[in-house]
Design a protein around this ligand. Structure first.
Ligand code: UDP
Length: 327
């Protein structure tokens, strides 16, 4: 393991960011979190120092970057609702692109050269082939995916022009929770399949709506690649180490390489929880491709990344323990 480093985690009070903070602390690193608490919770931080503020506030960034010697920045803070991005693109481009540009420009000006950026499978749009590797065409079909694609492009150009080094990680479906159930998924509003289905099983929500049973898949429901949030965090740490060891700026797709249909997820949840999941059929959700499965072999080869919790049962088990604990 490399010696202790100091990292800024932007959005470290959110779902994936808080698991990242845990991972960095476990590896012996120092962590400062910058979060405006618009979608995150202080209680999600298992350690480190919290600065409450806006990641697009240049004055605050200058103060932070002058006051600390950061060895890298991990940027998780962004808006994530596809549907909202379609009706309010201004909000998405402002938050996900404009603020991020301000932040990376501040990093560049302060000579901080290692950025890990949270990207998404939504940069690909409708898949042309599957599983999806890094070379797959990028044709986002909504402003959310486009905002991440734009930042990836900005990062490519910053590398070419200024030698600014970064790794963009394209998540497929982040899921699961801390195995000790200290932190887990809690979006407001919640739109993700696994937490919604678990809450329906607990009677905390009405029946889960299955968005479409007429897709071209074996059981007609959409297929996704679910990846444990702790495995995602591990990949970020490996990507940082890759940059610290002189690795070139790049992008990696992160998933397990195995697809599960919505129905298979519901069946797994029923097995793990021992409870029926009340569910009803609903029309397709706009912008949902039939099948999104990652080819993550580049990340595995280049970073030596090995997901620890690659089976869906374990992912659901951890999410369930968290759901029971948060009450
Ligand atoms: N889904 C569903 N009902 C819900 C939420 C999600 O049927 O209430 C489906 C959705 O259409 C997709 C899969 O579950 O095929 C995963 O959706 P989620 O929103 O969790 O992640 P996404 O794939 O959109 O990133």
């Amino acid at each position: 393991m490399s010696k202790s480093k100091k990292l800024l985690v932007i959005g470290g009070c959110g779902y994936i960011g808080s698991h990242m903070v845990k991972c960095l602390l476990n590896a012996g690193h120092d962590v400062v979190v910058l979060d405006d608490l618009s979608a995150g919770y202080k209680e999600n931080m298992l350690g480190g120092e919290l600065v409450v503020g806006d990641c697009g506030d240049r004055v605050l960034l200058d103060r932070l970057f002058s006051g600390h010697h950061f060895d890298g920045v991990l940027h998780f803070a962004s808006l994530i609702q596809v549907g909202e991005s379609v009706v309010n693109p201004a909000k998405y481009y402002q938050c996900n692109v404009a603020k991020t540009l301000t932040m990376i420009e501040a990093m560049k000006d302060h000579g901080i050269g290692a950025l890990i950026f949270s990207s998404t499978a939504a940069v690909f749009g409708e898949p042309v082939y599957t599983p999806i590797n890094e070379a797959h065409p990028r044709q986002p079909i909504n402003p959310y995916g486009m905002s991440k694609h734009m930042v990836e492009t900005i990062l490519r150009d910053f590398d070419r022009a200024y030698g600014f080094r970064s790794v963009a990680l394209r998540y497929f479906n982040a899921a699961g929770a801390d195995p000790e159930a200290r932190i887990g998924e809690g979006h407001e509003p919640e739109t993700h399949l696994i937490p919604l289905a678990l809450q329906a099983a607990l009677g905390k929500r009405p029946a889960l709506k299955v968005f479409g049973r007429d897709y071209d898949t074996p059981d007609g429901t959409c297929i996704r690649d679910y990846i444990h949030v702790d495995d995602l965090a591990d990949a970020h740490l490996l990507a940082l180490e890759y940059l610290w060891n002189g690795g070139a700026s790049t992008v990696f797709n992160l998933g397990n390489g195995e697809g599960f249909s919505v129905q298979e997820v519901l069946n797994t949840i029923e097995r793990v929880t021992g409870k029926p999941v009340p569910a009803e059929d609903a029309p397709r959700r706009e912008g949902d491709p039939a099948r999104l499965v990652a080819d993550a072999s580049t990340a595995k080869l280049t970073l030596g990344w090995k997901p620890q919790y690659a089976d869906l049962e374990t992912i659901v088990q951890h999410a369930w323990q968290w759901e029971l604990k948060r009450g």
